[in-house]
Design a protein around this ligand. Structure first.
Ligand code: SAH
Length: 244
Protein backbone atom coordinates (compact mmCIF):
# COMPACT_ATOMS: atom_id res chain seq x y z
CA UNK A 1 0.00 0.00 0.00
CA UNK A 2 2.88 2.37 0.62
CA UNK A 3 3.71 1.77 -3.03
CA UNK A 4 0.35 3.32 -3.89
CA UNK A 5 1.41 6.56 -2.17
CA UNK A 6 3.40 9.14 -4.09
CA UNK A 7 5.16 12.24 -2.91
CA UNK A 8 4.79 15.14 -5.35
CA UNK A 9 7.12 18.14 -5.11
CA UNK A 10 6.00 21.26 -6.95
CA UNK A 11 8.60 23.63 -8.47
CA UNK A 12 11.33 22.81 -5.96
CA UNK A 13 14.10 25.43 -6.18
CA UNK A 14 16.93 23.71 -4.32
CA UNK A 15 18.12 20.38 -5.72
CA UNK A 16 19.55 19.55 -2.28
CA UNK A 17 16.00 19.45 -0.95
CA UNK A 18 15.00 16.93 -3.61
CA UNK A 19 17.85 14.67 -2.50
CA UNK A 20 16.93 15.07 1.16
CA UNK A 21 13.30 14.21 0.34
CA UNK A 22 14.43 11.02 -1.42
CA UNK A 23 16.39 10.06 1.67
CA UNK A 24 13.46 10.79 4.00
CA UNK A 25 11.18 8.73 1.79
CA UNK A 26 13.45 5.73 1.55
CA UNK A 27 13.89 5.71 5.33
CA UNK A 28 10.12 5.38 5.62
CA UNK A 29 9.67 2.81 2.80
CA UNK A 30 8.12 5.23 0.32
CA UNK A 31 9.49 5.15 -3.19
CA UNK A 32 7.21 7.01 -5.59
CA UNK A 33 8.70 10.47 -6.12
CA UNK A 34 7.17 12.82 -8.69
CA UNK A 35 8.70 16.21 -9.52
CA UNK A 36 6.67 18.97 -11.12
CA UNK A 37 9.02 21.32 -12.98
CA UNK A 38 11.94 21.25 -10.57
CA UNK A 39 14.36 24.18 -11.05
CA UNK A 40 17.29 21.80 -11.46
CA UNK A 41 17.11 18.03 -11.92
CA UNK A 42 19.00 15.74 -12.18
CA UNK A 43 21.70 17.36 -10.10
CA UNK A 44 24.88 16.31 -8.33
CA UNK A 45 23.70 18.14 -5.22
CA UNK A 46 20.46 16.14 -5.13
CA UNK A 47 22.39 12.89 -5.50
CA UNK A 48 24.80 13.87 -2.71
CA UNK A 49 21.98 14.79 -0.32
CA UNK A 50 20.10 11.57 -1.15
CA UNK A 51 22.93 9.69 0.58
CA UNK A 52 22.24 6.24 -0.84
CA UNK A 53 18.62 6.90 -1.82
CA UNK A 54 19.73 7.85 -5.32
CA UNK A 55 17.79 4.86 -6.70
CA UNK A 56 14.64 6.86 -5.86
CA UNK A 57 16.01 9.84 -7.74
CA UNK A 58 16.81 7.68 -10.74
CA UNK A 59 13.19 6.46 -10.80
CA UNK A 60 11.65 9.87 -10.05
CA UNK A 61 9.08 10.96 -12.62
CA UNK A 62 9.20 14.54 -13.90
CA UNK A 63 5.96 16.23 -14.99
CA UNK A 64 5.08 19.59 -16.48
CA UNK A 65 1.96 20.13 -14.40
CA UNK A 66 0.47 19.10 -11.08
CA UNK A 67 -2.56 17.91 -13.05
CA UNK A 68 -0.39 15.41 -14.88
CA UNK A 69 1.36 14.30 -11.66
CA UNK A 70 -1.90 13.35 -9.92
CA UNK A 71 -4.11 12.42 -12.90
CA UNK A 72 -4.72 8.81 -11.78
CA UNK A 73 -5.06 9.56 -8.04
CA UNK A 74 -8.32 9.22 -6.11
CA UNK A 75 -7.06 11.12 -3.06
CA UNK A 76 -4.83 14.20 -3.19
CA UNK A 77 -3.60 15.80 0.02
CA UNK A 78 -1.76 19.13 -0.02
CA UNK A 79 0.81 19.88 2.67
CA UNK A 80 0.49 23.43 3.93
CA UNK A 81 2.66 25.39 6.33
CA UNK A 82 -0.27 27.68 7.02
CA UNK A 83 -3.70 26.81 8.30
CA UNK A 84 -6.19 27.93 5.70
CA UNK A 85 -9.56 29.32 6.59
CA UNK A 86 -11.12 27.84 3.45
CA UNK A 87 -13.66 25.09 3.57
CA UNK A 88 -11.30 22.19 3.07
CA UNK A 89 -10.57 19.40 5.52
CA UNK A 90 -7.35 20.10 7.47
CA UNK A 91 -5.66 17.24 9.29
CA UNK A 92 -2.54 16.68 11.30
CA UNK A 93 -0.11 14.11 9.89
CA UNK A 94 -1.41 11.28 12.10
CA UNK A 95 -5.04 11.64 11.04
CA UNK A 96 -3.93 12.20 7.48
CA UNK A 97 -1.85 9.01 7.53
CA UNK A 98 -4.88 6.95 8.56
CA UNK A 99 -6.96 8.35 5.72
CA UNK A 100 -4.12 7.83 3.25
CA UNK A 101 -3.56 4.21 4.33
CA UNK A 102 -7.26 3.43 4.09
CA UNK A 103 -7.54 4.87 0.59
CA UNK A 104 -4.23 3.61 -0.76
CA UNK A 105 -5.32 0.01 -0.21
CA UNK A 106 -7.45 0.45 -3.36
CA UNK A 107 -6.54 3.80 -5.01
CA UNK A 108 -3.35 5.75 -5.80
CA UNK A 109 -2.83 8.65 -3.38
CA UNK A 110 -0.70 11.80 -3.78
CA UNK A 111 0.81 13.96 -1.05
CA UNK A 112 1.71 17.31 -2.57
CA UNK A 113 4.40 19.62 -1.20
CA UNK A 114 4.89 23.21 -2.32
CA UNK A 115 7.66 25.63 -3.20
CA UNK A 116 10.27 26.57 -0.60
CA UNK A 117 9.45 30.27 -0.97
CA UNK A 118 5.73 30.36 -1.45
CA UNK A 119 4.16 26.95 -0.83
CA UNK A 120 1.22 25.86 -3.00
CA UNK A 121 -0.95 28.27 -4.99
CA UNK A 122 -4.70 28.50 -4.43
CA UNK A 123 -5.26 26.82 -7.76
CA UNK A 124 -3.07 23.90 -6.71
CA UNK A 125 -4.84 23.64 -3.35
CA UNK A 126 -8.15 23.47 -5.21
CA UNK A 127 -7.04 20.19 -6.71
CA UNK A 128 -6.66 18.69 -3.22
CA UNK A 129 -9.31 16.83 -1.23
CA UNK A 130 -7.70 17.65 2.10
CA UNK A 131 -4.75 19.48 3.64
CA UNK A 132 -2.15 18.18 6.03
CA UNK A 133 -0.61 20.70 8.42
CA UNK A 134 2.19 19.81 10.81
CA UNK A 135 1.32 21.50 14.11
CA UNK A 136 4.12 23.96 14.83
CA UNK A 137 4.92 27.38 16.29
CA UNK A 138 2.12 29.62 14.96
CA UNK A 139 4.65 32.43 14.55
CA UNK A 140 7.17 30.23 12.72
CA UNK A 141 5.29 27.34 11.17
CA UNK A 142 7.19 26.72 7.96
CA UNK A 143 9.45 23.65 8.10
CA UNK A 144 12.17 22.91 5.61
CA UNK A 145 10.59 21.03 2.69
CA UNK A 146 12.44 17.74 3.29
CA UNK A 147 11.76 17.89 7.02
CA UNK A 148 8.07 18.36 6.35
CA UNK A 149 8.14 15.31 4.07
CA UNK A 150 9.98 13.42 6.82
CA UNK A 151 7.30 14.08 9.45
CA UNK A 152 4.44 13.12 7.15
CA UNK A 153 6.30 10.03 5.86
CA UNK A 154 7.03 8.90 9.42
CA UNK A 155 3.33 9.00 10.30
CA UNK A 156 2.52 7.05 7.15
CA UNK A 157 5.08 4.44 8.06
CA UNK A 158 3.70 4.12 11.60
CA UNK A 159 0.12 3.86 10.35
CA UNK A 160 1.24 1.24 7.86
CA UNK A 161 2.99 -0.73 10.61
CA UNK A 162 0.11 -0.89 13.02
CA UNK A 163 -2.94 -0.96 10.77
CA UNK A 164 -4.87 -3.62 8.97
CA UNK A 165 -5.85 -1.52 5.99
CA UNK A 166 -6.81 -4.04 3.36
CA UNK A 167 -10.59 -4.01 4.00
CA UNK A 168 -13.02 -4.76 1.21
CA UNK A 169 -12.68 -2.27 -1.65
CA UNK A 170 -15.51 0.26 -2.12
CA UNK A 171 -18.36 -0.68 -4.46
CA UNK A 172 -17.12 1.84 -7.04
CA UNK A 173 -13.61 3.30 -7.30
CA UNK A 174 -13.04 6.89 -6.23
CA UNK A 175 -13.07 9.30 -9.14
CA UNK A 176 -9.56 10.05 -10.37
CA UNK A 177 -8.27 13.62 -10.61
CA UNK A 178 -8.42 13.41 -14.41
CA UNK A 179 -12.06 12.29 -14.35
CA UNK A 180 -12.87 15.12 -11.89
CA UNK A 181 -11.26 17.66 -14.26
CA UNK A 182 -13.45 16.31 -17.09
CA UNK A 183 -16.45 16.67 -14.80
CA UNK A 184 -15.56 20.30 -13.95
CA UNK A 185 -15.23 21.13 -17.65
CA UNK A 186 -18.65 19.58 -18.27
CA UNK A 187 -20.13 21.37 -15.24
CA UNK A 188 -18.87 24.76 -16.44
CA UNK A 189 -20.24 24.23 -19.95
CA UNK A 190 -23.61 23.06 -18.62
CA UNK A 191 -23.90 26.08 -16.32
CA UNK A 192 -23.19 28.32 -19.31
CA UNK A 193 -25.71 26.44 -21.50
CA UNK A 194 -28.50 26.78 -18.96
CA UNK A 195 -27.48 30.45 -18.46
CA UNK A 196 -26.74 30.06 -14.80
CA UNK A 197 -23.14 31.17 -15.29
CA UNK A 198 -21.86 33.98 -17.48
CA UNK A 199 -18.20 33.29 -18.36
CA UNK A 200 -17.66 37.00 -19.08
CA UNK A 201 -18.60 38.02 -15.58
CA UNK A 202 -15.99 37.24 -12.90
CA UNK A 203 -17.38 35.15 -10.06
CA UNK A 204 -16.32 32.70 -7.41
CA UNK A 205 -19.00 30.22 -8.46
CA UNK A 206 -16.77 27.64 -10.15
CA UNK A 207 -14.18 27.79 -7.36
CA UNK A 208 -16.86 27.22 -4.75
CA UNK A 209 -18.41 24.34 -6.65
CA UNK A 210 -15.00 22.79 -7.13
CA UNK A 211 -14.35 22.95 -3.39
CA UNK A 212 -17.74 21.42 -2.66
CA UNK A 213 -17.17 18.45 -4.97
CA UNK A 214 -13.55 17.93 -3.88
CA UNK A 215 -14.77 17.78 -0.29
CA UNK A 216 -17.40 15.19 -1.23
CA UNK A 217 -14.82 12.89 -2.88
CA UNK A 218 -17.37 11.29 -5.20
CA UNK A 219 -16.86 7.85 -6.70
CA UNK A 220 -17.04 7.09 -10.42
CA UNK A 221 -20.69 6.05 -10.23
CA UNK A 222 -21.72 9.27 -8.47
CA UNK A 223 -19.87 11.41 -11.01
CA UNK A 224 -21.57 9.41 -13.76
CA UNK A 225 -24.96 10.36 -12.26
CA UNK A 226 -23.96 14.03 -11.98
CA UNK A 227 -22.80 14.10 -15.58
CA UNK A 228 -26.04 12.46 -16.66
CA UNK A 229 -27.98 15.26 -14.92
CA UNK A 230 -25.78 17.89 -16.60
CA UNK A 231 -26.34 16.33 -20.03
CA UNK A 232 -30.11 16.20 -19.46
CA UNK A 233 -30.14 19.88 -18.46
CA UNK A 234 -28.08 20.76 -21.54
CA UNK A 235 -30.52 18.84 -23.77
CA UNK A 236 -33.49 20.69 -22.25
CA UNK A 237 -31.78 24.06 -22.72
CA UNK A 238 -30.95 23.20 -26.35
CA UNK A 239 -34.52 22.07 -27.03
CA UNK A 240 -35.95 25.23 -25.43
CA UNK A 241 -33.63 27.41 -27.55
CA UNK A 242 -34.61 25.68 -30.78
CA UNK A 243 -38.31 26.21 -29.95
CA UNK A 244 -37.78 29.99 -29.63
N1 SAH B 1 6.81 29.80 2.84
C1 SAH B 1 5.89 28.79 2.46
C2 SAH B 1 6.29 27.44 3.05
C3 SAH B 1 7.23 26.76 2.22
S1 SAH B 1 7.90 25.34 2.96
C4 SAH B 1 4.51 29.09 2.92
O1 SAH B 1 4.33 29.93 3.77
O2 SAH B 1 3.56 28.45 2.43
C5 SAH B 1 7.78 24.21 1.58
C6 SAH B 1 6.67 23.19 1.70
O3 SAH B 1 6.90 22.35 2.84
C7 SAH B 1 5.28 23.75 1.91
O4 SAH B 1 4.67 24.14 0.71
C8 SAH B 1 4.57 22.55 2.52
O5 SAH B 1 4.20 21.64 1.50
C9 SAH B 1 5.67 21.92 3.38
N2 SAH B 1 5.58 22.40 4.77
C10 SAH B 1 6.41 23.24 5.43
N3 SAH B 1 5.99 23.44 6.69
C11 SAH B 1 4.87 22.70 6.86
C12 SAH B 1 3.94 22.47 7.94
N4 SAH B 1 4.07 23.07 9.12
N5 SAH B 1 2.91 21.63 7.71
C13 SAH B 1 2.74 21.02 6.51
N6 SAH B 1 3.56 21.19 5.46
C14 SAH B 1 4.61 22.01 5.63
Amino acid sequence: MLNNVRIVLVNTSHPGNIGAVARAMKNMCLDQLVLVQPAQFPSAEATARAAGADDLLARARCCNTLEEAVADCGLIVGASARLRSGRILEQDPRACARQVMQTSSHTPVALVFGREQSGLTNEELERCHALVHIPSNPDYSSLNLAQAVQVVAYELYMAHQDGEWSGSPPEFPLCTAQAMENFYTHLEQALIDIEFHNPNRPSQLLHRLRRLFQRAQPDTHEVGILRGILSAAQDKARAARSED
